[in-house]
Design a protein around this ligand. Sequence first.
Ligand code: PLP
Ligand code: MN
Length: 367
Amino acid sequence: MPYTITPGDPISALDTPSMLVDLDLMETNITSLMTQLLPTGISIRPHSKTTKSAILAQKLISAGAKGACVAKLSEAEVMCAKGVTDLLITCEIIGAAKVKRLVELWKEFRDVKVVVDSEVGARAIDEAVQESGVGERMKVLLDLDVGLHRTGCQPGDAALALARTVAECQNLELIGVQGYEGHLQHVHGVEERKKACLESMKILVETAEALRRDGHAIRVVTTGGTGTAEFCVTVPGVTEVQPGSFLFMDTDYRNAVGTKYSNSLTILSTVISKQGPKSVTIDAGLKSLTTDSGLAECKTAGYEYGVLGDEHGSLSWTDGADLKVGDRVEMIPSHIDPTINLHDFYYAHRKGVIEAIWPVDARGKVQ
Ligand code: PLP
Ligand code: MN
């Protein structure tokens, strides 16, 4: 008898580890973000690098989002195939194989937009579009370093020079600037995060203005994540924000941003062994929960998680109720995006009854 789960089943019917979504909490997160940000008139382009799910991207569009961001070309391919086609790919497309694939995708889906931060990158895409013979220009945003020092050209002369290069490319249309302040998303304290964010936004909007003065029709100024979107939208000149993690949150974000959004995703695990009077082993290790941003937390307070390898974790306690073999626990991930990428399905439930099963469509799509 194969293992099947269908909507209407209780979560107790799930095998473990399984990725659970509390729909009431997730929907509240969406409503909170949309009610705060939509009235500003700024576009919301949620980042699908978090969910890797076309169904969830579509849900966010239904709630008011303008398309989606994806990190990678291979995620864009998945999203387009599933009908989410107004996309911004936020990582640079570099290398012959990727450029070829990009143009193949764009031939079919013209709403796919890309960022560039180098002349080499821009010219390669320009040539490939030329060779495609489509006769239209691909929409491109200049990626600007606003302090993260990850990608992006430097503001000032470098940005102007690159914009001129892109403008020279007959097959590219420079429509905007992306400046993602990822280094500020987890700054603790609202005032500290706001202050640093506004400094980054100054670099971004001033660069956009400088490019306009130089004759470029900059229409899109896109930035922001879960930790900063509320500040970005107050800055005249910003047109779009890209939050992703707000949908599910994680312990790292909760520690920095607080409880403005709820932890709506957990990894359901089973106690498989007792290892002492106040310690058990669960079936969730490194292959179920990532550790780059600290250790996951048990949703029930009082139990401390430890990694016991690829497949195992420990839970220990001092005065919590004893856990025994067969008990189930829900673990809150410490970093949501790479944790989701470890799982095949979301099991979305309301008050313990499964309502939907969503595939992690772009799982493993890192190219
Ligand atoms: N935009 C870009 C370019 C990103 O890389 C990310 C996340 O890393 C986001 C937006 C979304 O940020 P968050 O998940 O923190 O909301
Ligand atoms: Mn992340």
